[in-house]
Design a binder for this molecule. Structure first.
Ligand SMILES: Nc1ncnc2c1ncn2[C@@H]1O[C@H](COP(=O)(O)OP(=O)(O)OP(=O)(O)O)[C@@H](O)[C@H]1O
Ligand SMILES: [Mg+2]
Length: 154
C-alpha cells in the first residue's frame, strides 16, 4: 500500500461518505452521531475512506450472518464521533454475531468467510497506525465494538 498523503481533512465527512455508500444497499439501520460539527485531522482521505468501508463491510457481513438464523432480526450499526481534549474518538458498534477467534482476526489472511480475503482488518490497522491513531476491536455481546482514536489538530 502506498504511503499516506497527509492533508487537512474532516474525518466526519469521510465517515459519512462511507456510510452513504452502504446506505444505498443496506437493510440495516446505520446511525452517525457526533458532539460537534467539524472534526479536523491530518489524514489521507482515500485511505481512511477504505478504513470505514472495510469496517462497515465487516459489520454488514456479521449482521447478515445473524439474519440467516433469524429473518426478522433488526441489524444496527451505530457510529459516534466525539472530541475530548486533543483526541477524536470514533466508536463503531454493531449488533452482529460477534467474534469467536478474537486473537486471530488481525492475522493477514485469517477469515471465517467463504469469499473473504482476511486482509480487511490488517489494512485498517496499518492505515490507522500510519495516521498515528489507535485501533481496538472487541466483542460487545452481542456484536462488536471498534474504537479508533486520532490526534486532533486545530
Ligand atoms: N464486525 C465484526 N463482527 C464479527 N466478526 C468480525 C467483525 N469484523 C471482523 N470479524 C472477523 O474477523 C475476520 C477477519 O476480518 P477481515 O476484515 O480482516 O477479513 P474478512 O472480512 O474475513 O475478509 P474481507 O475483509 O476481504 O471481506 C472475519 O472473517 C470475521 O470472522
Ligand atoms: Mg473484512
Amino acid at each position: 500500500m502506498p504511503s499516506p498523503i497527509f492533508k487537512k481533512i474532516e474525518i466526519d465527512l469521510v465517515v459519512k461518505k462511507a456510510v452513504d455508500f452502504y446506505k444505498m444497499s443496506s437493510k440495516n439501520e446505520i446511525y452517525v452521531k457526533s458532539n460537534k460539527k467539524k472534526f479536523t485531522i491530518y489524514g489521507d482521505e482515500e485511505q481512511l475512506y477504505r478504513v470505514f468501508i472495510n469496517l462497515l463491510k465487516n459489520s454488514e457481513d456479521s449482521i447478515l450472518e445473524r439474519k440467516e438464523k433469524d429473518k426478522l432480526f433488526k441489524g444496527k450499526i451505530n457510529i459516534e464521533i466525539n472530541q475530548n481534549n486533543h483526541y477524536i474518538n470514533l466508536l463503531l458498534i454493531d449488533n452482529g454475531v460477534g467474534i469467536n477467534d478474537i486473537s486471530k482476526i488481525m492475522t493477514p489472511y485469517f477469515t471465517t468467510k467463504k469469499e473473504g480475503t482476511g486482509l480487511g482488518l490488517p489494512i485498517v490497522s496499518k492505515i490507522i497506525n500510519e495516521h498515528k491513531g489507535e485501533f481496538t476491536i472487541s466483542n460487545n455481546n452481542p456484536g462488536v465494538k471498534v474504537l479508533i482514536i486520532f490526534p486532533q489538530i486545530n
